[in-house]
Write a protein that binds this ligand. Sequence first.
Ligand code: FE2
Ligand code: FE2
Length: 293
Amino acid sequence: MKVQNQYSNEELQPLQSIEQWEDDVLKRYPEAGEPAKAKEEYRNYDNPGRDTVREFYRLNHKYQTYDFVQEKMADFLQFNRKEMPVWNAMEFLNTLVDDSDPDIDLDQLQHLLQTAEAIRADGHPDWFVLTGFIHDMGKVLCLFGEAQWAVVGDTFPVGCQFSDKIVYPEFFADNPDIHDERYNTKYGVYAPNCGLKNVHMSWGHDEYLYHITKDYLPEPALYMIRYHSFYAQHREHAYDHLMDDHDREMFQWVKKFNPYDLYSKSPKPPVIKELKPYYEDLIARYLPATIRM
Ligand SMILES: [Fe+2]
Ligand SMILES: [Fe+2]
């Protein structure tokens, strides 16, 4: 069953490229010290880029239902699409480079290397560096024909009330789950403070990569991977009522990771050839020779 067949081309790819989403997150959460201009730009709704992002979230909020997530998990967690070494998976991801947006200067691999190099420069443990390097590898979902709004974008719990702290909350009006009494209460299918391990998140590159790596990396790394786009919690604290004490402890790591993801972009691209031996060695320390996707 190919779910995406029900969507039009415009619905599959509302963004010019998936980086448009991250550029928008950066405007929403500008780096401390340079807020004013960025915030103004963010509010500029006449900007066509903003309309594209709005359309992206309209689709994301409409289609990410509890059932949609179950369907995607049942399909993608079979890992029956590809098997390859991690470095090759990164190169595969890099074929995603989009030529329709001339403003984008960094490809996926460069973003990952810059994130990882910034973490390494601050002297963090090697598994933290590795996490920076692979954190967006789940975006290969795009190469398997998935809609952009089912790969990137802020993530949030499904199966319970959508918080109005999620970006563009008004678009949840189109999500059928808000009329389903199993899912539309504060706790929905969950119990108070049940812990995020019991909570289903909207489907995307975060959840997917978590399942690929869950047997190999330390727990803080897995939290960073799984919840790095969960801005409604790690920035807005909208889902404290589902978190348990262990989540709260682990979210310190998610928060530590986020600035490296958002603010490590430098105009000087890393020299991939020079860095490759270090990262191949780092991958081999934690991950198997090949991964299944
Ligand atoms: Fe990401
Ligand atoms: Fe990222």
